[in-house]
Write a protein that binds this ligand. Structure first.
Ligand code: HEM
Ligand code: NAG
Ligand code: NAG
Ligand code: NAG
Ligand code: NAG
Length: 380
C-alpha cells in the first residue's frame, strides 16, 4: 500500500473512531433512540451488583498509609468538583484515572474518609443515574482531564460529576458557578475567602459556625451575580450537606474535645487544592457526614429557589424538594429528571436503570408509607 493510501486510511479510521468512540464511562443520558442503538452495543454491559454495606471496622485509622501513597496526576487522569473523591483517587483508594464503579466509590468514601454508608450510597447512585454510564456501571469523578499538552478533540458530552445542573451545582465553597465558565476547578480566590471566613468566625479554623456564614455568603454572592443561579431540590440539600462534610470528614479523627470538627487551613488546602491527605491523616473516628448541617442551615435559613429573569431575583420554589423534604428531592429526581434523561429506555439500559433506581430508593432510607417508590420505567 502506498504511503498516501495508508494515510488516507488512517485518517478515515481516526474519523470513524471520533464518531463512534464514546468512552465506556460516558453517560448515555440524553441520547436519541438512534444514537442509543449505535452506542449501547459498543458498551461492555454489566449487571450492577448490590451496594457494599457499612465498614466492618468503622473506627479511627491511619489512612495516609504505605498502601495508599499520594501521586501527582498523569496525563489523562480525570478529576472533578469533589475534593473528597479527588483525594481518594490521588491516593489510590479509587482508580487513579478517576473512572470507577459505584462499589469502588462507596468503598473508597467509607474506607478513606469514613463517609457513612447511607450517604455514600445516596451520593453514588444519584451520581451514576444522573451523570454516569448505567450500562457499563462506570462513572468518572469529573470532567477535567489532566493534560500537559493541548487538549485532543473530545466528544460533545461525556457527563461525569462536572456536568452542571444535575449533581454539580452553584454556590460551591471553592468552585465557581458553571455560568461563569468553570464549575469544577479549585479557585484560589474562593479559597482565600474560605480562609478569611475561618479567621473571622472560627479563630483560624473552619467549623460549623464558619460553615453557616460562608454558605450564606456564597449563596448571596451567586444571587447577586449569576442570572442562572439555582438552589432548588437536590442542590439545596447538597449545598448545605457539603458545608458539613468539610468539618466532619476532613478533620483528623484524633482531634477530640474542643478540637473536634475544627479544620485547620493547611489541611483544608491539602484536600481542596492538592487532592492530598494531610501527612499522617487519620480518618474520622466514626462513620459520619451530615452532622451539624442543622447548625449551618439555621445560621441563615433559606428556602430552595432560583434567580428568575436575571440577578437579584431569588424566587422560592419548593416543588423539587429541599434539605428538609428528601421525599420531594427523590420524587423530582426520579420522576422528572431521570425520566427526562431517558425518554424511552429498552433492553439492558432499562434493566440497569431499574436496578440502580432500586438501589437509590433504598439509599434514601424511606419506608413506602413515608415516600412511595416511583418507577418511571416500569418493573423489570
Ligand atoms: C467522604 C467523602 C466525601 C467528602 C468528604 C466530600 C466532600 C465534598 C465537598 C466538601 C464538596 C464541596 C466542594 C465545594 O463546594 O467546593 C463536595 C462536592 C461534591 N461531591 Fe463530594 N464528598 C465526598 C463523597 C462524595 C461522593 C461519594 C460523591 C458521589 C459520587 C460526591 C460527589 C460530589 C459532587 C458531585 C460535588 C460537587 C457539587 C458542587 O458543585 O458543589 N462526593 N464533596
Ligand atoms: C463545566 O465546566 C466545563 C469546563 O470549563 C465546561 O466545559 C462545561 O460546559 C461546564 N458546564 C456547564 C453546563 O457550564
Ligand atoms: C475565581 O472566583 C472569583 C470569585 O468568584 C472569580 O472572580 C474568578 O474569575 C475565578 N477565577 C477563575 C480562574 O475562574
Ligand atoms: C467555631 O470557632 C469559633 C472560634 O473559636 C467558636 O467561637 C465557635 O463556637 C466554633 N463553633 C463550633 C460549632 O464549634
Ligand atoms: C410521576 O410522573 C407521572 C407522569 O408524569 C405522573 O402521572 C405521576 O403522578 C408522577 N408520580 C409522582 C409520585 O409524582
Amino acid at each position: 500500500m502506498s504511503l498516501k493510501k495508508l494515510s488516507v486510511l488512517l485518517i478515515a479510521l481516526a474519523t470513524a473512531a471520533d464518531v463512534l468512540a464514546i468512552p465506556q464511562y460516558a453517560t448515555l443520558a440524553g441520547l436519541t433512540e438512534r444514537q442509543l442503538a449505535e452506542v449501547v452495543p459498543q458498551m461492555n454491559a454489566k449487571i450492577p451488583p448490590a451496594p457494599p454495606g457499612p465498614l466492618r471496622f468503622g473506627g479511627l485509622k491511619l489512612v495516609d498509609d504505605r498502601d495508599h501513597p499520594w501521586r501527582p496526576l498523569r496525563d489523562g487522569d480525570i478529576r472533578g468538583p469533589c475534593p473528597g473523591l479527588n483525594t481518594l483517587a490521588s491516593h489510590g483508594y479509587l482508580p487513579r484515572d478517576g473512572v470507577a464503579t459505584p462499589t469502588q466509590i462507596i468503598n473508597a468514601a467509607q474506607e478513606g474518609l469514613n463517609l457513612i454508608n447511607q450517604g455514600a450510597k445516596l451520593a453514588t447512585y444519584a451520581a451514576l443515574l444522573l451523570e454516569g454510564n448505567v450500562v457499563t456501571n462506570l462513572l468518572s469523578i469529573g470532567g477535567k482531564t489532566h493534560r500537559t499538552g493541548p487538549d485532543p478533540p473530545s466528544p460533545a458530552s461525556v457527563g461525569g460529576l462536572s456536568h452542571h445542573g444535575t449533581f454539580e451545582g452553584d454556590a460551591s465553597t471553592t468552585r465557581g458557578d458553571a455560568f461563569f465558565g468553570d464549575n469544577h476547578s479549585f479557585n484560589q480566590t474562593l479559597f482565600d475567602q474560605f480562609v478569611d471566613f475561618s479567621n473571622r468566625f472560627g479563630n483560624g479554623y473552619y467549623n460549623y459556625t464558619v460553615g453557616g456564614e460562608l454558605r450564606f455568603h456564597r449563596i448571596q454572592d451567586s444571587i447577586a451575580t449569576n442570572p442562572e443561579f439555582d438552589l432548588r431540590g437536590f442542590r439545596h440539600s447538597t449545598a448545605f450537606g457539603e458545608s458539613a462534610f468539610i468539618a466532619n470528614n476532613f478533620v483528623d479523627g484524633r482531634k477530640t474535645g474542643a478540637e473536634a470538627h475544627q479544620l485547620d487551613m493547611d489541611s483544608a488546602l491539602s484536600f481542596f487544592r492538592d487532592m492530598r491527605f494531610p501527612r499522617g491523616f487519620h480518618r474520622a473516628a466514626q462513620p459520619g457526614g451530615g452532622e451539624g448541617v442543622d447548625v449551618i442551615f439555621n445560621a441563615h435559613p433559606l428556602q430552595p429557589g432560583h434567580n428568575v429573569g436575571g440577578v437579584n431575583n431569588y424566587v422560592v420554589d419548593t416543588s423539587r424538594g429541599s434539605l428538609f423534604d428528601q421525599c420531594g428531592i427523590y420524587t423530582y429526581m426520579v420522576n422528572t429528571t431521570i425520566r427526562d434523561l431517558y425518554p424511552n429506555p429498552t433492553g439492558v439500559l432499562r434493566r440497569n436503570l431499574n436496578i440502580n433506581l432500586d438501589f437509590l430508593y433504598e439509599a434514601f432510607g424511606f419506608t413506602s408509607a413515608d415516600c412511595p417508590q416511583v418507577r418511571p420505567f416500569g418493573r423489570n
